[in-house]
Design a protein around this ligand. Structure first.
Ligand SMILES: Cc1ncc(COP(=O)(O)O)c(C=O)c1O
Length: 415
């Protein structure tokens, strides 16, 4: 469908352009997308309700929903509310398992290896706190891991007397082997588990996790990947990655409503973990044993299916290519400009939609404030773990016109 017929079809639905983004906006159903249409990404952009007061380059926290998914989510809230306890007592469990199975399919895992959680925090904390630690065991993680995941290891250290070992991830590695070697050097005979970011949240650096997993396994060490920003962002297959544990936040790049994550545990490792919250039956040793979170908003679990449906309409690989393209669209223009520092590797295979850039003469906090106040561009400041700049995370609705504005703002700030 070209732009004109698309707008005509909106008119036929009674959605005039002025009213598209009113609170009663009807979802723009992205059926039968023609990806050869030159304005295809404009059509996709039109499926989102965007605030006109700033350019949102901070989707890394939460990728809010396209209208199509939002409307279906609201329908689920209504349906659950209508059925009340009847829904909860009859189909809730099967529905949640069905959504988890769909997520498993998306990430290349078996349904019995995946459960829905509230977020990455819950998924990874469950592993760190439920691990069969003995005093003197060692765990490795990095300076660029997420703060509260690092402090969960510190808590484990207090509780079980384990030793934590922190490595530094280079911002611009020469090769995969350089990174693998850094992790390898931190291993001792007491190392049990290493946490590795699949993609570093502050720079967008994608790590060679399969190679790190191979090396870890050769030393008898297990590997837990923090994939908070990976699912729905770029394509991968968990069995191919061969990690032991994996957590992700589905409200990030998969655009599931807030409060939804996933946990993967390799089949033969499930029995060795203790749950974060007690299940009803302590004898059960399945993923359900690990996953009793009590009563919670079930409409979110139902909307997982709609988010995956939306993702599949775009196509996972096509979305990945688009996200990488728009990141490179802006970062290639500023990488060599004096006064600016791009904190994301240049090799395209080491990043996707997220990157980080700093203006040398101002602090990250000042930079994000100037971007917002002067240029109406919303980002987040990062100042730590050797990274000084703003994280830039556009989404598939981001236009190159918006990125041109961002690039000219950066150029002006560098001057
Ligand atoms: C790398 C990484 N891990 C974990 C988290 C925690 O995610 P959540 O707050 O969804 O649990 C985040 C959040 O941004 C993150 O970037």
């Amino acid at each position: 469908m070209n732009k004109r017929s698309f707008i005509k079809s909106l008119a036929a639905l009674g959605i005039g352009s002025a009213s598209i983004f009113q609170s009663k906006a009807k979802p723009l159903m992205l059926e039968n997308l023609d990806f050869s249409a030159p304005d295809i990404w404009d059509q996709i952009r039109a499926g989102y309700r965007l605030k006109p007061d700033y350019i949102n380059l901070e989707n890394g926290y939460y990728c809010f929903l396209p209208e199509e998914t939002l409307e279906k989510y609201i329908e689920h809230i209504r349906a659950v509310n209508y059925q009340g306890a009847f829904y909860m007592r009859t189909v809730k469990v099967a529905d949640k398992a069905n959504s988890a199975a769909k997520v498993a399919e998306l990430v290349g895992a078996d349904p019995e290896e995946v459960v829905l959680t509230r977020n990455t925090t819950e998924s990874l904390d469950l592993i760190i706190s439920g691990y069969p630690w003995k005093a003197g065991d060692e765990a490795i993680y990095s300076n660029q891991d997420y703060g509260s995941m690092q402090t969960m290891f510190e808590l484990a250290s207090k509780r079980w007397g384990i030793k934590t070992v922190k490595i530094d991830i280079p911002l611009h590695p020469e090769s995969d082997e350089e990174i693998v070697e850094i992790y390898r050097k931190a291993i001792t005979p007491n190392t049990r588990l290493m946490m590795v970011p699949h993609i570093v949240n502050i720079t967008g650096h994608i790590l060679p996790v399969r190679k790190i997993a191979n090396m870890a396994h050769e030393h008898g060490v297990e590997i837990m990947l923090d994939g908070a920003h990976a699912v729905g962002h770029f394509t991968f297959d968990l069995h191919e990655l061969d990690c032991d544990y994996y957590g992700s936040s589905l409200h990030k790049w998969l655009s599931v409503p807030l409060g939804c994550g996933m946990l993967y545990v390799k089949k033969d490792k499930i029995g060795k973990l203790e749950p974060l919250l007690a299940p009803f039956d302590l004898k059960l040793k399945t993923m359900d044993y690990l996953n009793n979170t009590g009563t919670h908003p079930v409409a979110t679990d139902l909307a997982v299916l709609n988010a995956i449906e939306f993702q599949e309409k775009i196509g996972g690989k096509r979305k990945e290519d688009r996200l990488r393209y728009i990141q490179r669209y802006w970062s290639d223009q500023v990488r060599d400009i004096p006064g600016l520092t791009v904190n994301t590797p240049k090799d395209p295979s080491r990043s996707c939609g997220i990157a980080n850039v700093g203006v040398d003469q101002v602090t990250p906090a000042e930079m994000s404030k100037i971007l917002m106040d002067k240029y109406q561009i919303f980002t987040v400041a990062i100042d730590g773990a050797g990274v000084r700049g703003c994280r830039i995370s556009p989404n598939i609705y981001t236009s190159t016109v918006e990125l041109d504005k961002f690039v000219s703002a950066l150029k002006e700030m560098a001057r």
